[in-house]
Design a protein around this ligand. Structure first.
Ligand code: HEC
Length: 111
């Protein structure tokens, strides 16, 4: 027998404890648009402080866009950062990054 009960309770616990609605949207954006190049989102988020993320994501992620436009290695992301979709996504993304920032106290339990 597979431990279905264990799996279900794990899913419920992790859903309730780590993701509120706003950060969930941001996480989704991250997985769709950033994960391919940067890997785990919570690790990236935990690499900077809340204030740093707020600065990077200020004015619809202006700085984040700059970082990628000035790196040839990030060329594959230029279309996305040019797109109006990113302007919409940037707020959710900020919520997610700030939620898991280094000094947020929300370090994921199992990693
Ligand atoms: C095509 C690949 C690619 C995609 C997609 C991409 N990035 Fe990047 N990102 C890079 C590269 C290359 C750099 C340049 C710095 C480096 O070499 O690590 C970078 C730099 C960064 C930095 C600065 C790193 C630092 O330590 O200061 C942040 C923050 C970042 N990306 C976040 C994101 C987020 C958030 C997304 C999704 C919206 C994203 N990236 C999408 C490739 C990518």
């Amino acid at each position: 027998m597979i431990k279905v009960g264990t799996l279900i309770s794990f899913l419920i616990i992790s859903t309730i404890s780590s993701l509120n609605a706003a950060t969930y949207k941001g996480q989704k954006v991250y997985v769709e648009s950033c994960k391919g190049c940067h890997g785990g989102g919570q690790e990236l988020a935990a690499s900077k402080n809340i204030r740093t993320w707020e600065k990077i994501m200020d004015r619809k992620g202006e700085k984040l866009v700059d970082i990628h436009f000035t790196s040839k290695k990030a060329e594959a992301s230029w279309n996305y950062f040019n797109d109006r979709k990113f302007v919409k996504d940037s707020k959710h993304l900020e919520d997610f990054l700030v939620e898991y920032a280094k000094d947020s106290g929300n370090v994921p339990a199992c990693n």
